[in-house]
Design a protein around this ligand. Structure first.
Ligand code: SF4
Ligand code: SF4
Length: 134
């Protein structure tokens, strides 16, 4: 996960809780795709005021990059996307196996990968135990 400073005006997590479910979080010994024990489904964090820095500091790419339109809102796309250096990581909701291969997502993910390539970057997609490098 990364620290991101600025939220795009008008955006908020709302009832999206994907980042409390899709990533593994060592601090909570939480494996990927399992609910954090502090998360109330479709509501949010039960320890919000006291949530740890790893949660407090994280914002997905949709929250910080205005180039991603509403189609990329994680609650709609069922994907959680973030940058780690040259890598753009895409975690796909296990209940939506083919969403990243549908449009407008698939073409855009490939465009990001081609754009990142000259600097050694790439896009990596995780769905359950499957990994796809674009
Ligand atoms: S995936 Fe993004 S929009 Fe959803 S809760 Fe996490 S930071 Fe907020
Ligand atoms: S502690 Fe709260 S914000 Fe952090 S992963 Fe768990 S439910 Fe989400």
């Amino acid at each position: 996960m990364h620290v991101s400073p600025t939220i795009v005006a008008g955006r908020s997590c709302g009832t999206c809780t994907l980042c409390c479910r899709l990533p593994d979080i060592d601090l909570f010994e939480k494996p990927a795709n399992a609910w954090c024990r502090h998360c109330i489904a479709d509501k949010g964090c039960s320890i919000y005021a006291d949530r740890p820095a790893v949660c407090r500091d994280f914002l997905c790419l949709w929250m910080t990059d205005e180039a991603l339109d509403e189609a990329w809102a994680p609650s709609r796309s069922h994907m959680m996307i973030y940058r780690q250096g040259p890598q753009i990581t895409v975690l796909v909701d296990p209940d939506y196996p083919d969403i990243w291969r549908s449009e407008p997502y698939h073409a855009q993910l490939h465009r990001w990968a081609r754009k990142a390539e000259p600097a050694g970057g790439y896009v990596i997609v995780f769905w359950r135990d499957d990994v796809f490098k674009l």
